[in-house]
Design a binder for this molecule. Sequence first.
Ligand code: AKG
Ligand code: FE2
Length: 290
Amino acid sequence: MTELTRVRPDAALDDVVEILERDGAVIVEDFADAATLQGLWADLEPALEACAYSGNWYDGLRTRRVSSLFARTARLTPVVTQRLYLGAARALMERPVPMWIGKSRIEVTPNIQISTTQVIQIHRGQGKQPLHRDDALHLRRHPGPTSRVQLMLGMSEFTAANGGTLIIPGSHHWDDERGPDPAEAIATEMPAGSGLIWVGGVYHGGGGNNTDVPRTGMTIALDLANLRQEENQYLAVPRERVLDYPEEVQRLLGYDRYPPGLGWVEMHDPGEILDGLDHLSVPNGAPQPA
Ligand SMILES: O=C(O)CCC(=O)C(=O)O
Ligand SMILES: [Fe+2]
C-alpha cells in the first residue's frame, strides 16, 4: 500500500467501517466545510499564537499544541458528530460484551466518549514523532477490540514534506511483540478540510516538517466510555460551556451513564444533574433539611 484509502463524505458507513477494520485508517475528503474551518481558525489561532513549543521531545520541540478545544470554540459539534466519524466510532466500539448476572447470560453494549482534543501545529525543523499506538495509554493488548477512533482534521494542507501524519496501514492487526518501522509508514496527504480517521491500535505519529509553512491539524479522540478520558473534560470545559452544546455532545463529553453502571451521581444520570436538578434534594433515603 502506498497511499491511504480516500472516500467522499457521502460514502456508505459500512464501507468506511470495513476500510478501518482492514487498514486502520481512512481519509474522508471534504470532511468539514469552509465556514467551519474559518470559524475554527478564528477561534483557535490566537491560542496557537500565544502558545510556546512543547517542552518535550515526544510532543515535539518545534510543535505547538492547544487543548481544551470544547471550551475554546463552540464550532466542534458538526465535526465530532460528522456522520462517518461518529458513525464509524460507534460501529467499531459499541459492540456487545457478554457477561453473567446470576444465572442470566446478558450482553451489555458500551458507549463512547470524547477523550482528548488538540490542535497540533508542526513547524519547520520538527522531526518525525516516534511511531506509537494511542491506545497504549490504556495499556490495551493487541490485536484486540478497538477502544479508540481518532480524527485529524486538516486545518492546513497536509503533505509528506510538512509533517502529514505518518500511518502504518494494517498495524492494528500486529501483536505486541512487533515494533513499528518508519520505512513502513505512509504520510497523510490531504487538503485543508479533509479528515484522517484512524483506530487506536494503528502505529502512527506526526511527520517531520521541512517546509516554511506550519502544518496545522485539529484532533479529537473518541474512546470506549468505560476507560478514563485522556484529557479531563470535566475540568477542561466549564459547565456553562457544556450547557450550550446539544445533548448528544454533552453526553459525549462525559455527562452520561456508561453501561452497565459507570458515571452516576446520586444514582442518577449525570445529564439530569448537569441540567440543574438539585441533586441534594433527590430522595435517596437521606434525611431532608427541615
Ligand atoms: O500530529 C500528528 O499528526 C499526530 C500526533 C500524534 O499522533 C500524537 O501526538 O499522539
Ligand atoms: Fe498519536
